[in-house]
Design a protein around this ligand. Structure first.
Ligand SMILES: [Zn+2]
Length: 269
């Protein structure tokens, strides 16, 4: 799947999950907390593709996510790709093919998903606002890039960077500090996981079982068979799937907002 579809799927899953938890009376979140979680989850759903580097010196290419902060994020993508390739070579078994590029390896595994989710929460707990603000800033940037990709492309990375900074600071000032941190890590982790599911719908798949060896393969790509696989960037993805994600997001978002309003009017508790 392409960047914008990944971001939309992350937003839809977070909103639908928040609605379900709210409806079941398990977790009630303020509209701002839901909005921040949705943005962070949408951004998290782009994070694994930070291993798709472009040309740093020419400021070209790379995944949606790699272009978020211009040359800076392109450079980060370059590093992530090389580190992933290093881990691939260090852990590959005889049946794993030789690779020249680290895309769809380390950042597309369950351990990576768990590590970034846990790491986000750990950093926020240890360093407080000095971690929360930069993490929000980074994730908001990714979310803007993915959810509003046409606008982001026209506006350019400077505007995207400024908008993310403003959104991150606003969110930080207004979020209740005590409950924000585990939620942030969870949103990042869920986003990454949703990305893996998205890639598994394509025939290229994702090495989701790493580091469990199967046969003589550590990096087996798990994806749908060619006949029914989603074509990345094809009509089904761009038109059908994005419409479905948008509808789910809008329906869950409206329902959540409705419940928040009813709650302030004391109609539901
Ligand atoms: Zn991917």
């Amino acid at each position: 799947m392409m960047g914008p579809s990944h971001a939309l799927s992350g937003a839809a899953v977070w909103l639908a999950g928040s609605w379900a938890l709210d409806y079941a009376g398990v977790v009630e979140q303020s509209p701002l907390a839901v909005a921040v979680g949705t943005a962070v989850c949408a951004g998290g759903a782009l994070l694994p593709d930070l291993d798709l580097s472009g040309k740093v010196t020419a400021n070209k290419g790379g995944a949606t996510v790699a272009r978020t902060f211009g040359v800076v994020s392109l450079f980060v993508a370059e590093v992530v790709e090389k580190v992933s390739l290093g881990v691939y070579h260090a852990t590959k078994l005889s049946k794993d093919p030789n690779r020249k590029n680290g895309h769809r390896t380390l950042t597309h595994t369950i351990p990576f998903t768990v590590l970034v989710g846990w790491g986000t929460t750990a950093l926020c707990t240890k360093y407080g606002k000095w971690a929360v603000i930069p993490i929000l800033f980074f994730m908001m940037g990714l979310a803007l890039r993915g959810l509003f990709h046409q606008w982001a492309q026209r506006a350019g990375w400077v505007i995207v960077t400024l908008a993310s900074a403003a959104a991150a600071y606003y969110a930080f000032l207004n979020l209740p500090a005590d409950r924000g941190y585990p939620m942030l890590g969870l949103a990042v982790g869920v986003g990454c996981f949703v990305h893996l599911i998205g890639d598994m719908l394509t025939s290229a798949g994702a090495p989701i079982l790493w580091p469990i060896p199967i046969g003589r393969q550590m990096w087996r790509m798990i994806g749908l068979p060619d006949a029914i696989a989603l074509k990345a960037g094809g009509k089904v993805e761009v038109i059908v799937l994005r419409a479905v994600f948008t509808l789910i997001a809008l329906a869950a978002g409206t329902a959540l907002l409705g419940r928040a309003v009813l709650r302030t009017l004391n109609v539901v508790s």
